[in-house]
Design a protein around this ligand. Structure first.
Ligand SMILES: *[C@@H]1O[C@H](CO)[C@@H](O)[C@H](O)[C@H]1NC(C)=O
Ligand SMILES: *[C@@H]1O[C@H](CO)[C@@H](O)[C@H](O)[C@H]1NC(C)=O
Ligand SMILES: *[C@@H]1O[C@H](CO)[C@@H](O)[C@H](O)[C@H]1NC(C)=O
Length: 334
């Protein structure tokens, strides 16, 4: 699966150079090769603006500090991109931005035990500020005014507490591209926080954990047609509808639900990874809930969100075709 998609593929293949589109985990090499190509090949040099425009999917930091942040990116994205819309690379997480909704489609993190420990020596949370990401074009950008007095929290998708190894990592989780409107009491402070803590705890047992978090705009059955009676629409017809609030002048969408897809690698050599998924409604669920009640089928998330997880590898190879959403597999996982 070429990571950069057909657009760039064609762009490059119409050039005079043969340029190999690698699999997603090879695109650090890809960037390095691109730099070389631009230096060596007049056609590539000529279309370099276009190439970079397409590559604006990469954070400029990534281009400048290539070796570090790019190998980090290939690590984070080891299991493939769930989608390729407006990819943005930060120093410790990667996201796909939904310009229409002004909330990310998904945010991918790779958590490691030392960076989720709360010793507080590396970072100062007081130095982290919520701020709009100015690299997003202004007409698609959420800003602080949108959230102000909206009644919703500025909820992190990549949790700040997952990125404690470096002040910059923590800082970047406060960009509004990584933020979504969340119900505060009973959700962000409680049930959702509990799920985030659970994910961090997994790193203690397994060392390294991959987690993908995002919003859902989930259809529900509703009575419609009461005001628009016609031959075909009886007054009591039920139809599937998607309904969600938008806040502020920039109309930032309030997701109806949030999901997390979690992947844990086996400690046994050659062992298969273990995967599970959660869906929680963006609602005051409460405190001290049993998060296992929110286990979900990953295929439902894919269907609603239009994403595909682990498409770079054969999912059935790892998880079978009839994998369960019950906790037993987790209990047996080593
Ligand atoms: C937020 O965006 C709106 C609409 O573009 C704009 O009117 C407002 O001034 C912005 N607020 C800030 C603090 O930038
Ligand atoms: C983190 O953000 C704060 C406030 O924007 C800034 O003062 C500080 O320099 C940033 N630190 C790093 C390491 O990026
Ligand atoms: C899938 O697994 C469930 C529970 O283990 C079982 O009841 C069901 O029949 C299985 N479906 C198929 C198609 O094998």
């Amino acid at each position: 699966m070429p990571f950069l998609g057909v657009g760039l593929g064609l762009l490059i293949l119409t050039g005079s150079s043969c340029f190999v589109l690698g699999a997603f985990y090879e695109h650090c090499d890809f960037l390095r090769n691109l730099h070389e190509l631009i230096q060596e090949d007049p056609y590539a040099f000529y279309i370099r603006e276009k190439l970079y425009a397409t590559l604006q999917l990469f954070n400029p930091n990534c281009l400048h500090r290539m070796p570090d942040s790019c190998s980090r990116m290939s690590e984070i994205m080891k299991y493939g991109f769930p989608g390729l819309d407006d990819i943005r690379v930060y120093s410790d997480f990667v996201l796909s931005y939904d310009r229409r909704n002004r909330v990310a489609h998904w945010v991918y993190e790779h958590l490691r035990a030392p960076c989720v420990k709360a010793d507080g020596t590396n970072i100062n949370r007081k130095e982290c500020w919520y701020q709009p990401d100015m690299s997003v074009p202004s007409n698609f950008r959420a800003n602080l005014t949108d959230y102000k007095n909206s009644g919703f929290d500025r909820g992190h998708l990549a949790a700040a507490g997952n990125h404690k190894c470096h002040q910059t990592h923590c800082n970047e989780t406060f960009y509004l591209t990584n933020i979504a409107p969340q119900v505060g009491k009973g959700f962000n402070h409680d049930a959702w926080n509990q799920l985030e803590i659970y994910v961090r705890e997994l790193t203690e047992s397994y060392g390294s954990v991959y987690v993908c978090t995002g919003p859902l705009y989930k259809p529900k059955r509703q009575l419609v047609g009461i005001a628009t009676y016609s031959e075909h629409t009886r007054p009591t017809d039920e139809k599937w509808c998607v309904e969600y609030e938008v806040i502020g002048e920039n109309t930032v969408a309030v997701p109806t639900h949030f999901f997390k897809v979690i992947l844990v690698e086996s400690k046994m050599s050659g062992g298969h990874p273990y995967m599970e998924a959660y869906i929680m409604p963006n609602a005051p669920i409460g405190k001290n809930i049993n998060i296992r009640n929110f286990l979900a089928d990953i295929r439902e998330i894919e269907h609603i969100a239009g994403l595909q997880f682990f498409n770079g590898i054969r999912r059935s190879f790892f998880f079978g075709t009839n994998y369960s959403t019950t906790p037993e597999i987790y209990n047996n996982f080593q």
